[in-house]
Design a protein. Sequence first.
Lengths: 358, 501
Amino acid sequence: MTIAMGGWLERFLGRGTASVTVPPLDGALKPNSLLEEAQPGITVAAPDNLALLDGAPVWSSGAQLLRLDGDKPSPLATLQSDVTALACSDAGLIAVACENHGISILDRGGKPANIALRDAGKYSCVTALTFANNDTLLVCIGSTDNPLSAWQRDLLEQHRAGQLLRIDLKTGEVRQLANKLAFPNGVLADKDGSLIVSEGWATRLIRLGPDGRMSAQLIEDLPGYPARLARAVRGGYWLTVFAPRSPLIEFVLREPKYRRAMMAEVAPENWIAPALQSGLSFHEPMQGGALKQMGILKPWAPTRSYGLVVEVNENFVPIRSLHSRAGGRRHGITSAVESGGRLWLTSKGGDEVVTINL
Amino acid sequence: MMRPIVEMKNVTKEFYGVAALREVSFDLAPGEVHALLGENGAGKSTLTKIMAGVYEVTAGQLVIDGEPQSFKTPAEALQKGIAMVFQETSLVPSLTVAQNLYLGNEKFLNRLRGIYISAQQFLQSLNFGVDPTMFVSQLGAAQKQMVEIARAVHHKAKVIIFDEPTATLTPEEKHHFFALIRRLKKDGVSIIFISHALEEALAISDRITVLRDGQHVITDLARNFDRDKIINAMVGRALSGELYGKDAQKRIPRPYGQKILSVQNLSMGRMVRNTSFSVYSGQITGIFGLIGSGRTETAKIISGVVKRDFFHGGEVKLEGRSVRYRVPRKAVQDGIVYVTEDRKIEGFFETKSIAENIYLNLLSADLNKSGVIVSYSEMVELAKEWTGKLNVKAINSDARVVELSGGNQQKVVIARALVQKPKLIIFDEPTRGVDVGAIAELHQVINSLADAGLAVVVISSYLPEVMNLADRVLVSRQGRVVEEFAMEEATEEKIMYAAVH
């Protein structure tokens, strides 16, 4: 019916793809302030990707890799440009992707390892890396059209130019498993060999077979744009959501002419688009509900940025969530790992690495 | 003690040889509020209908003001000053409220303007906010009830029988209603008050009579009763642990299952306004709200009974698929079943038998065994299965549904829903007008559905019921779900606060 009606009729009636609706945050996703009120974490500039190296957290911040030395961060390595993704193998290898400099492999101590990748420099906009095993690296390329720094443009222009690659570190063979993905932003190899991929702009999790063919849609219609995934101790997964969907953004996404004009005329930080942080400048777009009244910002206020991490069980049913709501600081959660009864999170928007006792 | 205004001596009433009342004696003093309690089918309605002239006694005697009487019609009873407010509304839907109030005592030339004005004054004196120029068919259940009550009061009856008057009223309307009863009592009117809400009976009445299985159990002053004592007398066993027990607070809610239904930004006129919520399988989602908060309308949009706004009406997503039903049949085929709050109008075919009612729904869901062929034996089999499962009590298997008591009717309605094998079942006020014994049974049924993995929604205006059944509570106000409570944090105060403010 919906297809038969045609796009123009849907637009006229405000139905189907033209309905500007966002799924509510309820049930297991009911807002709380567990993330916002967690104890103070480690302040670092724009921490992005967390990984566990020999059981201890390692994360990227700008062009640096940091690890925990006691309770203070200490540098592990410095790369040529901003690190966009990071993964550690059980054997102690660290795979790092840098914008403009591609993927390189480091050893435990942060020195270049003895593995050279063919055409390593050509990969750009790498959003996530993961080791399927000690010799196989999975690479999410968010978009072949835009660099990672232009992710908002990639969303607003509605690109589906993402790729999933598999690199064999022994032979150097690179295989493209899937393409035309809507900003793949996280990947995890499951026990049975299949791959779980979070598709950012499609706001869903999908399962791909080992050959890259899509076999199932695991979660659909998320209330935000998903980022990286990690395994949870209870048998499920942690899913980070780096920015919220909102009716305003959904509306703008349905108005191509307006978007083109906005992108041409307005500074990128003031676009009506999801963001990793918000509320910094009065130039930012704002909706009426976000107006402070008597010095109070309502917790339900429409917001461009949000902090959310969701635990799903092995059947991908959400079972709990941690939030930093509108007006909070710990927004733009891009990765999470669970280690020793604690959850480590990077708040890229809030410049903080947060730990929460589970 | 004064001479009773109504006295019944060893009254027996039989229908087709089956006794609905056996040797019941009852008396009503002038200016007294007398509560009549009992389970569904205990014979309360039969007893009062004999007084009101609907039925005649099979044996025994009815004495009014010291004179033996036998009313042939309700009009005769009304002449003697006995009026009854019926459980099923007996208003004329195509007439206005004022015309209904004055029905039967119009002058030769009936001037509408005059009766509108006097009806307006009269309704206002009772504090009932009903527009006298509205057609009764346009009124909601609660307002119909108010008109019904107003009509009984208007007849200046000496005895008024209220059969479950408060079931459809909001707390505020109830407050006005009880004030009215006190006012009537002061004017010397005797009132018989049939209710399933035991707290109300205890609060308002002077004396309480309990019936069970057509027999008189106990009559005593209200102050000699408490809740547990009444329940004990009504069902012959202690129920309080099962029903709205204290430990209800401590039960462990069921975990979230798959998100089966996602309602996003749904709107319909002024009744449903941009509401959004989700329903998960394997648990009971309770929706609490005052009357008029758009809960029923939302449920009806989901199940295809009514349609959302034509332009920008929002989305209903069933298992991720956007659905929009023009008729309920498609919804039923997709596994969405709505159990109505107004069973007498929407719930069943009242002159058909239980078996026919249940089988019709099986046919409408295309679930009967042999395609186009209607099978009598399948129908009988099905009816036997479901009357057994849900413990439907009827005089015989051919009984028409209209002859059943409220609780049994509700069980038939639920059986009709369950034969359609739903994935998502929405109960709208499942225990309205149902006695405590049947409530416990219905709650058990609802719980077992959720345990079996179905997504269950229970809409209720009765807080203890929501608290007792639901695994998560959504609060609806002014056409929109405004708050969600997990069971651990929900208290009656918090829910009520969210529903009112």
